[in-house]
Design a protein around this ligand. Structure first.
Ligand code: GLY
Length: 377
């Protein structure tokens, strides 16, 4: 079943190359076209990542050529500093430039990845002791704010440390991840989307949300970023705290799956008829849980139940959400949500959902883990 789905997804991606041209799929209306973006959001790297995954799955050079074209546009984005005053540099540059380096050791891709890491480093705020998520330094609204999504940007810093031995990358990554663990993860293993600090001193103020239901609720995609982000930090640091945090967050996630195994957009939103799902949260969690399971002993009861949950989720995504039944649909997964409270794409294709769905399929079929760390032989 997974192989068939993967081949379908690769085929659909191939058909999209010409349609998207030099633009990037962003979010879209179900049954309709993807809205395009031209390096205007945090999302463009996922199209590059889909192209690299498709290349790995099929060996078809058409994907490689298209992926390299996107990397070239990422170079221009960095030179122009276009929509880069935020922390999502890892989401942008890992599945694009760094992926190219990982697959082919292209020196120009490595250089670009390192420049991107340097850009991310500039968001470190020494007084507060964190990487600022959004906006310029000193911003009254966002200057003291961290968000859980950043855990997936941190691998760019670990990777840069591995390439250069420059301890600034490692030290910043370690300090920020520890701050996330202490302040974004709550005692019951749920999570805040964001947390505020007094930016002059780093004094903690409190948790809040941007894309979740309420300040104290658990945004499902945020929980998924946490599961995946902490296990990636474990992979790089071997700090058992991060394995444990990922494990507990994963248990929280799978214990709250609805009947069809695909999460609503927030764990605390009343689940009524018409409440939007976020299929992307489930796809991200599947990738994170598969990574986590690989770090647990084979007979560990958590590993067994986690893997079984992933199979249930992926079966439902494949049978009920994947657009394999609709050749016209540009997206792979229906019913993703970007920002329900803000009225942005509450029930749409979202390109990161497509990427993580294909990454999960690649993990299941080919044991290929995506582009968040270097694969060692
Ligand atoms: N990183 C932004 C989001 O998950 O919507």
């Amino acid at each position: 079943m997974w192989n068939e789905a993967l081949m379908h997804a690769v085929e659909k991606t191939k058909g999209n190359i010409e349609k998207f041209g030099d633009l990037f799929p962003w979010t879209g209306i179900e049954g309709g076209d993807y809205k395009r973006s031209d390096h205007e959001d945090w999302t463009e790297g996922f199209w590059s990542g889909l192209l690299w995954l498709s290349y790995e799955a099929s060996g078809d050079p058409v994907f490689r050529e298209a992926a390299i074209r996107t990397v070239n546009s990422f170079r221009k984005r960095l030179v122009d500093f276009k929509v880069l005053d935020h922390h999502d540099i890892g989401f942008l540059y890992m599945p694009s430039a760094v992926a190219w380096w990982m697959l082919e050791e292209a020196e120009e891709a490595k250089r670009l990845g390192l420049e991107a890491a340097e850009t991310l480093l500039k968001r470190w705020r020494p007084a507060g002791g964190y990487i600022q998520a959004w906006g310029p330094a000193g911003d009254p609204q966002n200057g003291g704010r961290i968000i859980i999504d950043c855990l997936l940007n941190i691998p760019l810093l670990y990777w840069a440390y591995e390439q250069t031995g420059d301890s600034r990358y490692r030290d910043t990554a370690l300090a920020h991840v520890e701050k996330c663990r202490r302040f974004l993860v709550r005692g019951d293993d749920s999570s805040y989307h964001t947390f505020y600090f007094k930016q002059e001193t780093g004094e903690p103020i409190g948790g809040g949300t941007h894309q979740g239901y309420t300040d104290g609720s658990t945004w499902t995609r945020g929980q998924a970023w946490g599961i995946y982000g902490f296990i990636l930090s474990y992979r790089y640091t071997q700090n058992p705290l991060y394995l444990e945090t990922s494990r507990r967050m994963a248990a929280y996630f799978i214990d709250r799956l609805p009947e069809d195994q695909v999460t609503y957009w927030d764990f605390d939103v009343p689940a009524e008829e018409g409440t939007p799902r976020d299929s992307s949260a489930t796809a991200i969690a599947c990738c994170g849980i598969l990574e986590l399971a690989g770090h647990l002993p084979e007979k560990d009861p958590d590993r067994i139940r986690f893997e079984s949950a992933v199979h249930r989720c992926m079966k439902s995504l494949t049978e009920n959400y994947f657009t394999s039944d609709d050749p016209e649909a540009e997206g792979l997964l229906r019913h993703g949500s970007y920002h329900v409270g803000g009225g942005m794409s509450p029930d749409d294709f979202v390109i990161w959902g497509d990427y993580f769905y294909m990454e999960a399929l690649m993990r299941l079929v080919k044991n290929v883990p995506g582009y968040w760390y270097e694969r060692k032989a």
